[in-house]
Design a protein around this ligand. Structure first.
Ligand code: ADP
Ligand code: ADP
Ligand code: ZN
Ligand code: ZN
Length: 776
């Protein structure tokens, strides 16, 4: 039994994923950092065990009926945890791309601003005071009636509906039309109406094109289908619908996300003429504060919004003071360039996590454990200090702060360090050290110790000479104003600058259309798939090889099983209860729905007959359960499989299981999978590789491996451009483009460009001092 004042969270016998019966004690009311190479088990310990257990206890306490469901979902595999407070997790999850959430809603700052307008705004003479809801585009009271609070209206143009006007209608000129029977039906109706469906679209008279695409008429005609030799169709009554009508109707009515997404491709979007994109009713836009509408204030960078004067009525003073105190931590975390109306899907995962973090400071919670996932992601070294201050403040408010981190400055700032390892997957899963940071130095086995305590810069390198130059610009987009940048070809370039300085905006202008680029490959951190049906095996094409191997076994041949039988995406071989997902969704009253293993196949995804087929003693589900490393041995003599597994291993992904759903992979893992599948392809000609913060989620040891691969690409004649905050990576580049000096309106210029040692000495660069420290 634990002493009630025992200041430790004590974990006993943790066996989640690769953890090998871990026992560890972590002090509460401390900043504890979890380190270790990628795949060592840090997240399994911090999120999979500590956070998951706190979550389970919380569910049990608020909803006793949920017990049965938790049993189904599975509690974390751990013997016992004592001293565990309730937990809040801040993970790097991106929000759904369609969500209406914005910086203002995530931080609750929108509420404060609305309150200010409702209580202390300047109203036109005679106007009634509005409720604060009336200032929200997400309520019926506030939304612009014209666009329903969306801010834009959807339309169609001839170009959007007919992308290739050289085709005839029969050849599919009207790309927006449905396929299959319905599309043929519309074409037959046009034919019946006397339109020439075999002439190239652009040769049809303008009046006809207009009618076909945009008419609101819906004539009904008797269609006599052309008879196919083997099929006789009767005449039928067909109703015509113009392409615009079809697209708008599908977009607004369909229940199928696929059809809706398809329809959306043919829509153009323009700002709503009624509200000018502000999404609000005219009555709300008539109210001002300090001479500006709420929409205008929501469009200001937060640093400027914080400059609202604290004067006027008592109510105004109090409300403005509150707003400013809420903005302060957001600015401190380097996000002052954001505006309240910025939609969250346009933010990076790191920006979003830091916003949530800043918001927590005002939550007034104490006695909880915050579990964070690499809060330094996307953060310039100049802002790391501020991050530590914010984490300290959460702690000072009486909380425990557990952080999975790689950034060495953050690690050094911790009160307590839990080092997991020594390797990844089955080579890891042990706690090598748990204690104050300094004493890690004596742990010989630790990969972290090497980097944490040896600060001697790497060896000097020879700088490569560019083979030519790409000129980009002048670019005027977001905060860049007529910026022209030169990118050297055939070398390794790092683009640096504080968060919001314009790095992504600038590299976004690199396109394959530029002279001197034969191929451009963007290796970004977007998920490799949005459903659990995609995984690294399907993404890299490895699964095709694996299915062929299974279809080639004597057992499969005897049963007549082809490659399709081994797919979990089509009927035949898969488990029909879960349709090959391995999971079924469990709806919990009042709680977010969760997933539970399929009751029939227990997560195997296939039906029993399919699972009877084995190759070297393993069935297809067993193979999906192998790690990349184990699969490499298993398929050593299948060259196509061995090659793709080899490249995955090379980029540090040996610990991933082949069937791990895309939805469970981090942004960094998705990026490395894309890189690997790119590396395994035969490369034709010169390629420009563009990577956004490729070191995210990587331990310094993994960074070294990855950099070897990227420099290998350059040595093979290609060009590599990375956006990066890790100064060791920047120091190893041939060329550096530093943007800034600040974020948002305070940035957007090229502060310095040149070889690293020159940029390290540049005046007025926020990057220079940090780069100088690691230069050989
Ligand atoms: P880290 O956080 O150190 O990068 P993880 O805790 O994510 O490492 O992973 C540790 C091991 O557990 C890896 O071998 C990984 O493949 C495995 N693993 C991670 N998530 C899952 C999961 N949902 N199911 C099964 N294994 C997993
Ligand atoms: P970095 O990559 O250096 O963090 P970005 O290029 O993402 O910087 O951003 C530069 C500026 O452009 C910032 O002020 C940012 O708020 C703005 N910005 C970036 N993306 C968008 C977007 N999708 N919509 C509006 N503003 C954006
Ligand atoms: Zn509108
Ligand atoms: Zn199933």
């Amino acid at each position: 039994m634990q002493h009630p004042h025992d200041p430790y969270v004590r974990v006993r016998g943790a066996r989640e994923h690769n953890l090998r019966g871990v026992d560890v004690d972590i002090p509460r009311d401390a900043l504890a950092v979890f380190t270790g190479v990628s795949g060592s088990g840090k997240s399994s310990l911090a999120f999979g065990t500590v956070y998951a257990e706190a979550q389970r206890r919380y569910f049990e306490s608020v909803a006793p009926y949920a017990r049965r469901l938790i049993h189904q979902v599975g509690a974390p595999k751990v013997g016992e945890i004592t001293g565990l407070p309730p937990a809040v997790s801040l993970q790097q999850r991106r929000s759904a791309p369609t969500s209406r959430s914005s910086v203002g809603t995530v931080t609750n700052l929108s509420n404060s601003l609305r309150m200010l307008f409702s209580r202390a705004g300047d109203y036109p003479p005679g106007a009634e005071r509005l409720d604060s809801d009336a200032f929200s585009p997400n309520t019926a009271a506030g939304a612009c009636p014209e666009c329903h609070g969306l801010g834009h209206v959807h339309g169609t143009t001839e170009e959007s509906l007919v992308p290739d006007p050289s085709l005839s209608i029969r050849e599919g000129a009207i790309a927006a039309w449905p396929g299959a029977w319905q599309g043929k039906n519309l074409r037959d109706i046009l034919g019946t109406l006397g339109y020439d469906v075999d002439r190239p679209w652009r040769e049809l008279p303008a009046g006809q094109r207009e009618w076909i695409l945009f008419t609101d008429e819906q004539p009904v005609v008797t269609v006599h289908p052309v008879r196919d030799a083997d099929r006789i169709q009767r005449p039928y009554q067909g109703t015509y619908m113009s392409a615009r009508r079809y697209v708008l109707k599908t977009f607004s009515d369909t229940k199928s996300p696929t059809l809706r997404a398809k329809a959306e491709r043919f829509l153009t979007s323009a700002p709503c003429p009624a509200c000018g994109g502000s999404r609000l009713r005219p009555e709300a836009l008539a109210v001002t504060f300090g001479g500006r509408t709420i929409a205008e204030l929501a469009a200001l960078p937060l640093t400027d919004l914080a400059g609202l004067p604290e004067d006027g009525t008592e109510a105004a003073r109090v409300l403005v003071a509150d707003l400013r105190s809420r903005i302060a931590p957001v600015v401190e975390l380097g996000l002052g360039y954001l505006s309240l109306d910025r939609s969250t899907p346009t933010l990076s995962a790191g920006e979003l996590q830091r916003l949530r973090l800043a918001t927590q400071l005002r939550s007034g919670l104490f006695g909880v454990v915050y579990v964070l996932d690499e809060p330094s992601a996307g953060l310039h070294p100049a802002d790391t200090e501020a991050l530590l201050t914010v984490l300290e403040r959460l702690k000072a408010a009486g909380n425990s702060v557990f952080v999975v981190e790689h950034h060495l400055e953050v690690v050094r700032g911790a009160d307590w360090l839990v080092d997991v390892g020594p390797g990844a997957g089955e080579h890891g899963g042990r706690v090598l050290y748990s204690g104050p940071v300094a004493e890690l130095a004596s742990v010989a086995e630790s990969a972290t110790a090497v980097y944490l305590f040896d600060e001697s810069p790497g060896p000097a390198r020879e700088i490569r000479e560019p083979r030519g130059w790409l000129t980009v610009g002048p670019v005027s987009r977001h905060n860049l104003r007529a910026v022209t940048a030169g990118f050297p070809l055939g070398v390794f370039t790092a683009v640096t600058g504080v968060s919001g300085s314009g790095k992504s905006t600038l590299v976004g202008e690199l396109t394959a259309e530029l002279e001197g680029v034969e191929r451009l490959v963007r290796v970004d951190q977007r998920p490799i798939g949005r459903t659990p049906r995609s995984n690294l095996a399907t993404y890299t094409g490895l699964f095709d090889v694996v299915r062929k191997v299974f279809a080639g076994t004597p057992e499969a041949r005897a049963r007549g099983y082809g490659v399709g039988r081994f797919s979990f995406n089509v009927a035949g071989g898969r488990c029909e209860t879960c349709q090959g997902e391995g999971f079924v969704s469990v709806e919990l009253l009042f709680l977010p729905s969760t997933y539970a293993p399929c009751p029939d196949c227990a997560g195997a995804r296939y039906n029993p007959e399919t699972l009877q087929v084995t190759y070297r003693g393993r069935n297809i589900a067993d193979v999906l359960d192998l790690t990349v490393e184990a699969a490499g041995e298993f398929f050593a003599d299948t060259p196509a499989a061995a090659r793709s597994l080899g490249t995955l291993l090379d980029v540090g992904l040996g610990y991933l299981r082949l069937g791990q759903p895309a939805t469970e992979l981090s942004g960094g893992e998705a990026q490395r999978i894309k890189l690997a599948s790119e590396l395994q392809r035969g490369r034709r000609g010169h390629t420009l590789y563009l990577l956004d913060e490729p070191t995210t989620g990587l331990h310094p040891a993994d960074v070294e491996v990855l950099m070897d691969r990227l420099h290998g690409l350059v040595d093979a004649g290609h060009t590599v451009v990375v956006v990066e905050h890790d100064m060791t990576v920047v120091a190893g580049a041939d060329w550096v483009i530093d943007l800034g000096p600040g974020g948002g309106d305070r940035g957007g210029r090229i502060v310095a460009a040149g070889p690293p040692e020159r940029v390290a000495r540049a005046e007025g660069s926020a990057t220079a001092p940090y780069l100088a420290r690691v230069m050989p």
